[in-house]
Design a protein around this ligand. Sequence first.
Ligand code: FDP
Length: 283
Amino acid sequence: MNIIFETIKHIAFEIDNAIKNEDLGYSESENSSGEDQLKLDVQSDLIIEKAFASVPIVKNLVSEEKEGVLTLHNTGKYTICYDPLDGSSLVDVNLSVGSIFGIYEGELIGQNLVASVYVVYGPRIELVIAQKGKKPMLSRATGHTFHEISEITMENKGKLNAPGGTQQHWCDYHKTLIDDLFAEGYRLRYSGGMVPDLHQIMLKGGGIFSYPGTADKPQGKLRQLFEVIPFAFMYEQAGGEAINHKGMRLMELVPSHPHDTSPCFFGSRYEIAAMKKAYGIDA
Ligand code: FDP
């Protein structure tokens, strides 16, 4: 597994370099979800594919930017599902973006995720690794080296509220949840980049990030294999919780297609309990 983590560190520097120096325009293609691809999306995807091509333990790659599964090494053990540049539409306004990696062993279902990693490209490059039975570990880059900073532990209750999805299409009980949290003193923190938004909530102790199902997107927007399950694992390992609109752990998701999405709620215990109450889910 360490070889995978080391490869991701190498990838992080290459993608950071591309973000800082390459063309920010659109490519001529769309990804599997029908979104226009930036040249940077395509380039980041290629950087990752090239890097894992020389890591025999990696059997398959599944990318947010590609349809289907790419087999690299038939004798490999792990499938890496990744979003090469999450929130890439924020690069042109110079906000933080990220890469997310879910490492699965066997069938691509939540309970087969064995580790997850994300990278935040912000004023500094930060990387968080989560493994079973351990608190997520935050590392920060200085020069071309990552240094471990600290384990991440979420508090029981936080102060931040990151509400995704178009408000116009929220259902009444979701609106009530969000309004009640603000009425309790929660502060709005939503940049439109899942990685920095979830990173901020974890590092500041807690809060809630939600991307619900809405009238226009009943299954939400965020992809199960590349975004939802890897972050659900992070939050659970940090002492938080991650559930869907029915109260099911996101780690129990069984995607039927690599690009399936799911409504999702990530938070500390207090805010997830508030969400369950607002949604009428038995505790
Ligand atoms: P983006 O489309 O820019 O890649 O992955 C999807 C994502 O960003 C997340 O990073 C982000 O949290 C979400 O979409 C933002 O969606 P909204 O614009 O609907 O808030």
